[in-house]
Design a protein around this ligand. Structure first.
Ligand SMILES: N[C@@H](CCC(=O)N[C@@H](CS)C(=O)NCC(=O)O)C(=O)O
Length: 230
């Protein structure tokens, strides 16, 4: 049985777009799995998700999916043409290397998002640590966002960039059930991991407000969330 190590269902689902992507992939591909809380200190790359399968540990959702495809077959993407696979690759990178950073900004840096996000993810810490740890982690996230480039922009620009990615996704989906048509592909795992995290997290950020205007994306996130229930 595959074990998916993730952060936990803090929002009723995992707050990490990558952990939720992995869960969505496993569910859509029909692979039996169990979820366990992961420990970042034990994770090979100090990030989650990680899976364990027959004693083998694999880290990073991209490598995990490659591993699963090699071992269990490719039920989601096996029918795609080389051009479709190239397309899928580009869209996936947009979600994970571009839109992701606006999500991070909306939670960790934007003061309105941070006010709500902080108690949700750090509320479990005992008294003194609860005031000490969150600002330290927030500072580390700010350094990362600055190095990556997002934090060089104004708040309006950052949300504008994220919403352009969202607009592109809405255009791709159109009125189809999944991003590439009638059947789910691994792109839907990436898309759902981020869109559910934007739309269903209890943070009223400009990213959420702007995304909710796309009724096709809102219905899509609802639909995939239903499928995650089993
Ligand atoms: N490329 C990785 C990204 C995973 C990732 O960024 N995970 C974040 C949570 S969304 C994490 O574990 N962050 C903890 C840290 O960097 O300290 C993947 O696809 O799995």
């Amino acid at each position: 049985m595959i074990t998916l190590y993730h952060f936990g269902d803090t929002f009723g689902f995992d707050p990490s777009p990558f952990c939720l992507k992995m869960e969505t992939y496993l569910r859509l591909a029909g692979h039996p799995f169990q979820k366990k809380r992961g420990d970042l200190r034990k994770a090979p790359k100090r990030q989650l998700p990680v899976i364990e399968d027959d004693g083998r540990i694999v880290a990073d959702s991209r490598f995990i999916i490659e591993y699963l495809k090699a071992k269990y077959g490719n039920p989601l993407d096996g029918h795609l043409s080389p051009a479709e696979l190239a397309n899928l690759h580009a869209w996936q990178r947009m979600i994970e290397e571009s839109l992701y950073w606006t999500i991070v900004y909306s939670r960790w840096i934007d003061d309105d998002g941070w006010k709500v996000f902080r108690p949700l993810v750090f509320g479990f810490l005992p008294g003194p640590l609860r005031s000490l740890i969150p600002p330290l982690v927030r500072r580390r996230v700010a350094r990362t966002l600055n190095g990556q480039g997002t934090l060089r922009h104004s708040k309006e620009e950052i949300y504008g960039l994220g919403l352009r990615d969202v607009d592109a996704l809405a255009g791709l989906l159109g009125d189809r059930p999944y991003m590439f048509g009638d059947k789910p592909t691994s792109l839907d795992a990436s898309a759902a991991g981020s869109l559910i995290n934007i739309l269903h997290a209890p943070l009223e950020t400009p990213l959420k407000v702007g995304t909710a205007k796309y009724t096709n994306l809102a219905a899509y996130a609802d639909r995939i969330r239903e499928r995650l229930k089993g």
